[in-house]
Design a protein around this ligand. Structure first.
Ligand SMILES: N[C@@H](CCC(=O)N[C@@H](CS)C(=O)NCC(=O)O)C(=O)O
Length: 202
C-alpha cells in the first residue's frame, strides 16, 4: 500500500489524486491528511519542505513533489499514460505542467499573504506581481491551450489550476479568458477523475 499525504483542497494534491484515479491506482493508495502549519507534523517529517503532496511507497521511500509523484504513477501504469512517449509531445506536456504549476505557486502565495501576514503588512505591489504571473500565463494558455481530450501531466495540472482559481478567486479567469471555459468542459468529459476529485464543500 502507498500513502498519499495531502489535504482535499490542495491543488497540487489534486494533481496526484487525479493521476491515481485516472490510472486506476486508487486501490493501492491510502490518502492521509496533511498539516503544513503544525510543528513536527507527519508532513514535515516526510518532506522537510513541509509541502504536500508526499507519497510514501510500499518500501517506505518518500517521494515528492506532485510532478515526481505523477511520474511514478505513470511508471506504475506501464509508462506513456500521463507522460507522452513521443518526445515533442512530452516536452509540450511537461511545459504545460510547469506553466500551470507556476500559476498555482503564485496563487498559493496570494492566499498565504492573507493567511500568514497581518492585514496592515499586506503589500499590494507584491500581490499584483504574483497576479501578473497568473494573468500572463492564462493569456498565453488561452492562445494555445493543450488538447483537452488528452489526459496527461500538462492537462491535469491545467485543470487543477483552473479549479483552484475558481475556488479561491485570485483572478476571475472565466471573464478574462472565456476560451478556457470550453477547454475545461472538454477536459472534464475526457477525464471524469477531475470532477471526482473536487474537494467537498468547494
Ligand atoms: N512544487 C510542489 C508545490 C506543493 C505546494 O506548494 N503545496 C502547498 C499546498 S497547495 C503546501 O503544501 N504549502 C505549504 C507551504 O508552502 O508551507 C508540488 O508540485 O507538489
Amino acid at each position: 500500500m502507498m500513502i498519499l499525504r495531502t489535504t482535499d483542497t490542495s491543488p497540487f494534491g489534486r494533481k496526484a489524486r487525479m493521476g491515481a484515479l485516472h490510472l486506476g491506482l486508487m486501490d493501492r493508495i491510502a490518502i492521509e491528511p496533511a498539516d503544513a502549519l503544525e510543528e513536527g507534523s507527519a508532513l514535515r517529517r516526510e518532506n522537510p519542505l513541509g509541502k504536500m503532496p508526499v507519497l510514501t511507497l510500499a518500501d517506505g521511500r518518500r517521494i515528492y513533489d506532485s510532478r515526481v509523484i505523477l511520474e511514478h504513477f505513470d511508471h506504475l501504469a506501464g509508462g506513456g499514460r500521463l507522460l507522452p512517449l513521443d518526445w515533442d509531445a512530452r516536452l509540450a506536456a511537461l511545459t504545460a505542467q510547469a506553466l500551470a504549476d507556476g500559476v498555482m505557486d503564485a496563487a498559493v502565495l496570494i492566499v498565504y499573504e492573507g493567511r500568514h501576514r497581518p492585514a496592515e503588512l499586506h503589500h499590494k505591489p507584491w500581490l499584483d506581481y504574483q497576479r501578473g504571473k497568473i494573468e500572463r500565463a492564462l493569456a498565453r494558455l488561452a492562445l494555445a491551450p493543450p488538447d483537452p481530450r488528452e489526459v496527461n501531466v500538462g492537462t491535469i495540472a491545467t485543470a487543477c489550476m483552473l479549479g483552484y482559481l475558481d475556488w479561491r478567486k485570485q483572478v476571475d479567469w472565466r471573464s478574462t479568458t472565456p476560451a478556457l471555459i470550453d477547454w475545461l468542459i472538454s477536459f472534464r468529459a475526457a477525464a471524469p477523475a477531475f470532477d471526482a476529485t473536487e474537494a467537498s464543500g468547494t
